[in-house]
Design a protein around this ligand. Structure first.
Ligand code: HEC
Length: 247
């Protein structure tokens, strides 16, 4: 009886995990480590170099990121900030939504809290699973996010790959297309492992970036408590004053 119950619960849990994944191709876990400051710093650098041009981080400021990642203002401004932005500026770019739609068919979304929406495993697999596809307007397709309108902006690092698919016909005569593997057409600047490490750091940075919103809310807490304490004290004084002559 107990065994059956445990089994049922396990099945339900598995089913919910499967439906949460929504059929996206998640080949391997991201294995990020939010506690590694050097990983976060490397991820931030990759983000500034390869992503910020299209994806703003409206709810992040350079000085905040520098402080959280243990970088001095000098380090931040000289090696990470590539535009003429100021240290206290928000991490924005100059592309408007209309330009984004016109250029890519879809405006690149803000990525401040993308890790909350997609999860680190999805992001990691999205960034390692691009392949060439001449039938797409950008020339690229993606196994984890099929028909995404984002081009493979890290192709020089990863290289150019084709995806191999096989089509089977089952007994009912229905065709099923199955992904069977990638084939490298042109090697990239990085080895497969080095590329995956770079993406892991980048996803780690996206994961961190989704957190400060919570930290900001947390930092209000002491002030709220202080206000409540002060208010209680004032109310007490008032009560003492009002009831002075009542006995
Ligand atoms: C040349 C412009 C461009 C650059 C550079 C770029 N992207 Fe994108 N990205 C796009 C566009 C356009 C989309 C929208 C794709 C869609 O919805 O079909 C997108 C979508 C995404 C999404 C999916 C968002 C969602 O819908 O959940 C993620 C994640 C993402 N980009 C991450 C990155 C990262 C990380 C980098 C840096 C390595 C990067 N992008 C660089 C254009 C760009």
């Amino acid at each position: 009886m107990m065994k059956k119950l445990i089994l049922t619960v396990l099945c339900l849990m598995l089913a919910s995990v499967a439906s949460a994944a929504g059929g996206a191709y998640i080949g391997e876990p991201a294995n990020t480590n939010i506690k590694s400051q050097s990983s976060l710093q490397k991820g931030a650098k990759t983000y500034m170099n390869y992503c910020l041009g299209c994806h703003s981080m409206e709810f992040q400021r350079y000085n905040r990121v520098a402080e959280d990642l243990g970088l001095t203002e000098d380090e931040m401004m000289s090696s990470l900030v590539l535009t003429d932005a100021k240290f206290a500026d928000k991490m924005t770019h100059t592309m408007t939504k209309e330009q984004g739609e016109q250029w890519f068919g879809k405006a690149p979304p803000d990525l401040t809290v993308i890790a909350k929406a997609r999860g680190v495993d999805w992001l990691y697999n999205f960034l390692i699973n691009f392949y060439v596809d001449p039938s797409r307007p950008s020339g690229w397709n993606n196994l984890t996010f099929p028909n995404a309108s984002m081009p493979h902006v890290l192709w020089e690092l990863q290289g150019i790959r084709e995806a191999k698919f096989e089509t089977h016909t089952d007994e009912a005569g229905e065709k099923h297309t199955e992904f069977v593997g990638f084939e490298t057409i042109e090697a990239g600047q990085l080895s497969e492992q080095a590329y995956k490490d770079l993406v892991r750091d980048l996803v780690n940075f996206l994961d961190y970036s989704a957190e400060p919103a919570q930290l900001i809310r947390m930092s209000y807490a002491p002030w709220v408590l202080l206000f409540v304490a002060l208010f209680t004290f004032l109310a007490y004084l008032l009560k003492v004053n009002y009831f002075r002559d009542v006995h």
